[in-house]
Design a protein around this ligand. Sequence first.
Ligand SMILES: Cc1cc2nc3c(=O)[nH]c(=O)nc-3n(C[C@H](O)[C@H](O)[C@H](O)COP(=O)(O)OP(=O)(O)OC[C@H]3O[C@@H](n4cnc5c(N)ncnc54)[C@H](O)[C@@H]3O)c2cc1C
Length: 583
Amino acid sequence: MAEAHDLIVIGGNAGGLSAAVFARQSGLERVTVLERGATLALPGVAGEHGLEVAYGETVTSVDVDGEDLVVATRRQSYRSRAVLVALRTSVEGWSPSIPSVGGDRVHIDRIPTPANDVDVLVVGHTDHAVELTVRLADLGAGVVLAAGGMNPLRLSPVGAQLLNDLERERRSTLLYSSSPQQIGEVDGFPMAYFNDRRTPDLQFDHVVFSSGRRAVGPEHVGATEAALASGRVWFLGTVDETPPDVPSAPGSAIGRALLEAVFPDAAIPPPEPSVRSRHDVVGVTEELRAEHYNATITYFEPTHSDLWVLRVRPDHGSVSHLPGQYASLGLGYWEQRIDDAIESNIDDRWDKLVRRSYSISHRIFDEHGYLADESGADELEFYIVLVPPTPDNVPGLTPRLALKKPGDRIYLGPKVAGRYTLAPVIDPSDTVVFLSTGTGEAPQNAMVTELLRKGHHGPIVSAVSVRQWADLGYLDKHRQLEQRYANYHYFPQPTREADIPKRYLQDVIRDDVFAEQFGVTLDPANTHVFLCGNPSMIGLPEDGDDGERTFPQTVGVVQLLVERGFTLDERKQRGNIHYEEYW
Ligand SMILES: Cc1cc2nc3c(=O)[nH]c(=O)nc-3n(C[C@H](O)[C@H](O)[C@H](O)COP(=O)(O)OP(=O)(O)OC[C@H]3O[C@@H](n4cnc5c(N)ncnc54)[C@H](O)[C@@H]3O)c2cc1C
């Protein structure tokens, strides 16, 4: 008689594989996964952990024979000391909970083909969503996982680890707290509209919804009463039909629970230290950095103590982007802060990353004094200001960034995105006006340089509102640009300096200052205006229930321009007022 297996896992999904890996790590020799299909949900895991896998195996019964359990499939039978049923089935009639367009670019649980070199949004927060993300990344897709509501502690360990690896290698982007509100369609491609202002609309080649799944009960694998009564047939998660005394546990805990109950003599590793106790372990910060960071800060130049120009070079992947787009940077909550503010729940998230979006800036001149061409660069430039704590908000990222220096490591997200670009500027004789507040100048720098490099000959104005002269990180370079290009004008407007009247950008537009100073008129027929930074400078209108649009009480630039015949560039209709809000 063939020697019995220690553990048979039925179902090669993230939960089943996690239990199998844990059993191997606890010293069990013969651990076999029976998989119905031709691949595992997380390929690569079996080889790495020495698991045996039998593919194309559909289980028909689980029974007891003497000391062993016998698992019969359509092709053969296996003897084992314990069995874990890790199968899940789809929930009948499941449909996405958000409005979505249909068509052949929006799928439920299905991997689009071909999947290489396409941008795919996966929507979901469970192990199943992780499985879809890993498979797509392995096939060469650029994947964003919108996992609003995901609790990484509830994922199976193998799923959580693979997700972490994908992020570090910049092979997928994880939006932990974002879910799309709607999937629309623009130019034949799905467009995801998000529920938070931090995640602007993103367009994809495909969207894949991860459907609801449920665990299967004993009848699904033909488990006999004797098998269930043995206490050695376990289930991943509970379902209503499972008798209450049949052992089960969620994916994050099943391996340990099963082993402790059935194999108390195994070399079961001690539980991972809790976040709080990990906090105090020497070297753990270095370990977390190595686990999460994927890029190096190569340049960190303070304009003043609270305003920095920095450059970041990723270990992997490209930095190609269009001028005006943004990327995301992240640092661990474990990093020191420059202020002494304390975040609520810091102990719960202490080993996680805080991520924020940042427009990609541009260095304007290269080392030879020519206009810089960043298209072949291997790093990205950012222009970032320190945000101080307020009674309502403890800022997460910038107080940690404040303590960084060249050579330090950081997280750079793989996804460069944004429709705030020069795409709408088609005529090189058009007037292009950039208005920004503070670091909202970052994308404008990239776009101004691009226009000049491409020989745009219409007037270009870049105006920026700051508090003080010292808040202008690129002032000298813009002055040099003005000297070289007669069609370029830089117009910094400090609001708190004695030598210049206090004037906001709204006043500049209202009073036609560009016409008076540079002879540049704002004619909607041939002018594009780009607005970036503080939302109250921009002043977007809100749509009321009655379809009426109302502008905010504090008049913003959009209202002034609309009154002059400009139109807002929006999801459904392109216009000549383009904007990027920072909060
Ligand atoms: C698409 C996009 C691009 C962005 N690009 C940049 C950029 O190039 N440079 C940059 O410094 N920030 C940029 N931001 C803002 C950035 O994402 C963070 O919100 C900011 O750095 C603060 O992060 P935090 O975690 O320290 O504070 P948070 O807790 O996120 O604090 C948010 C609050 O800080 C204030 N705030 C946020 N950003 C700024 C800012 N730039 N200037 C003044 N006050 C601000 C607002 O009151 C906001 O409510 C961008 C945001 C978006 C959505």
